[in-house]
Write a protein that binds this ligand. Structure first.
Ligand code: ARG
Length: 464
């Protein structure tokens, strides 16, 4: 801080009046970016070590900086740090405290650096860690799906298209469908991580620095794969934040669809599952109610994550190179996206193992609704009837069933034979639910045998 300036800011030298009180509050980010403190300190440690390595700082200055940073980290962690809005953001709060603690050496830390490369670095360090946490939760959820699928390989439920009963499927197969969704979500996050893990430091404000920085050394200390190739790009783009939010929006879209199924299945009309009481709440007026709040909230929270993605794209689209203050607006949506993703994953990973499956009700629902009609058509085709004709014949059989309130398997052989003379006694094998699912016995099919094979492949693919 300069003594003769009208401003008390670290950048106050060229100013003749102090910042308007409202503008100070309006432009400050410390209320939310203080959340980055650990990463800011981590980045500063590496920067100080690099500056000492190339001879810009003495070893004594470096050590004093490292000691001061440690003190600051401890103070923040234990709630003893005095955050100041007039110091604008996390970076200047920490730097100013460092100087107060250690004197002259603290003023040298910012050599060859700008808040522009500093904040981009902090954000990448933070996001890298959050991606790893999300992937770990995803694995936990995927594992719980595999365990559930394993318990229910033989359980038959109606498969739906247009939410109308279509064909019987095994519940295990259905759970594996969600496993696949989440597998792609995890792969997307891992792929995004590669682009996150690139180091902006050394870009300084926008053009690089006149000091002989060793960017490879700093990158190595911080576990980045490499320093960013271009200084202008390094400080200005937030595409890595947007990409993460896009991955998150897709993930939440999947969890939202899954939630919708759980909500339907837990209803009295479906009655396929029971959600444990600890994941539900009651109604203050209707004593009988047990509401599936957790899946409902996950479905609802997908909205804000999708909104953040659109907000960030809009934030970015009008910005010329290089850094603009607009980018300060990237943090709140990113933090909220991270919190929402981690919360929803945790809720799901805890809830799925506790699902109670009502196999008898699922089977009963599959046996209503003519779910084996396609099996009868396939049977006729195997007996030499053209598929279009078979479709027509089975259509008449279903009409007969609707009129007489019976399933196809409940009709007599003689009745079925009036529809087509090629039908023989062996038809009843294909009309059963078990016959129908076991017949779909190929890679990716719903037969219990295939589901077991898929589960064992999935266990290996969890390590991908
Ligand atoms: N709080 C700022 C942000 O979040 C830090 C970078 C500020 N840089 C600047 N030149 N004003 O983007």
């Amino acid at each position: 801080m300069t003594d003769n300036s009208a401003s008390d800011k670290p950048w106050g030298g060229r100013f003749t009046e102090s910042t308007d009180a409202f503008v100070e509050a309006f432009t400050a980010s410390v209320s939310f970016d203080r959340r980055l403190y650990q990463y800011d300190i981590q980045g500063s440690r590496a920067h100080a070590q690099m500056l000492a390595k190339v001879g810009v700082l003495t070893d004594a200055e470096r050590d004093s900086i490292l000691t001061g940073l440690q003190q600051i980290e401890d103070d923040i962690r234990t709630g003893q740090f005095d955050w100041s809005v007039s110091l604008e953001d996390v970076h200047m709060n920490i730097e100013s405290r460092l100087t107060a603690l250690i004197g002259e050496a603290g003023k040298k830390l910012h050599t060859g650096r700008s808040r522009n490369d500093q904040v981009a670095t902090d954000l990448r360090l933070y996001l890298r860690e959050q991606i790893d946490a999300a992937c770990a939760e995803l694995v936990r959820l995927q594992l719980s799906l595999l365990e559930l699928a394993e318990r229910e390989t033989e359980t038959i439920m109606p498969g739906f298209t247009h939410l109308q009963v279509a064909m019987p499927v095994t519940f295990g197969h259905h759970m594996l469908a969600w496993f696949e969704n989440l597998q792609r979500d995890r792969q997307r996050l891992q792929d995004c991580r590669r682009r996150v893990n690139v180091m902006p430091l050394g870009a300084a404000a926008l053009a690089g620095t006149s000091f002989p920085v060793d960017r490879d050394f700093t990158a190595q200390l911080l576990g980045f794969d490499s320093p960013a190739e271009n200084s202008l790009d390094a400080v200005s783009d937030r595409d890595f934040v947007i990409e993460f939010c896009a991955c998150a929006a897709l993930l939440l879209t999947h969890l939202s669809r899954f939630s919708e199924e759980l909500i339907l299945w837990a209803s009295a009309q479906f009655d396929f599952i029971d959600l444990p009481d600890r994941f539900c709440t009651g109604s203050s007026i209707m004593p009988q109610k047990k509401n599936p709040d957790v899946p409902e909230l996950v479905r609802g929270k997908s909205g804000r994550v999708i909104g953040h993605l659109v907000g960030l794209l809009t934030l970015m689209k009008g910005q010329p190179l290089a850094y603009n203050k607009d980018n300060q607006e990237d943090k709140e949506p990113l933090f909220d996206t991270v919190d929402t993703v981690l919360g929803c994953l945790r809720a799901f990973a805890d809830m799925i193992p506790a699902l109670e499956v009502k196999a008898a009700n699922m089977r009963q629902a599959a046996s209503r609704g003519y779910s084996t009609a396609t099996d009868l058509a396939d049977y006729l085709v195997r007996k030499g009837v053209a598929f279009r004709d078979a479709h027509e014949i089975v259509g008449s059989a279903v009409r007969l069933g609707i009129e007489s309130h019976r399933d196809l398997s409940e009709m007599s052989l003689a009745e079925l034979q009036t529809l087509s003379p090629v039908i023989e006694a062996d038809v009843f094998k294909v009309l059963t639910l078990d016959g129908s699912v076991s017949a779909r016995n190929h890679f990716g099919g719903t037969a219990p045998h295939q589901v077991r094979e898929a589960i064992s492949r999935a266990r290996k693919r969890l390590k991908d």
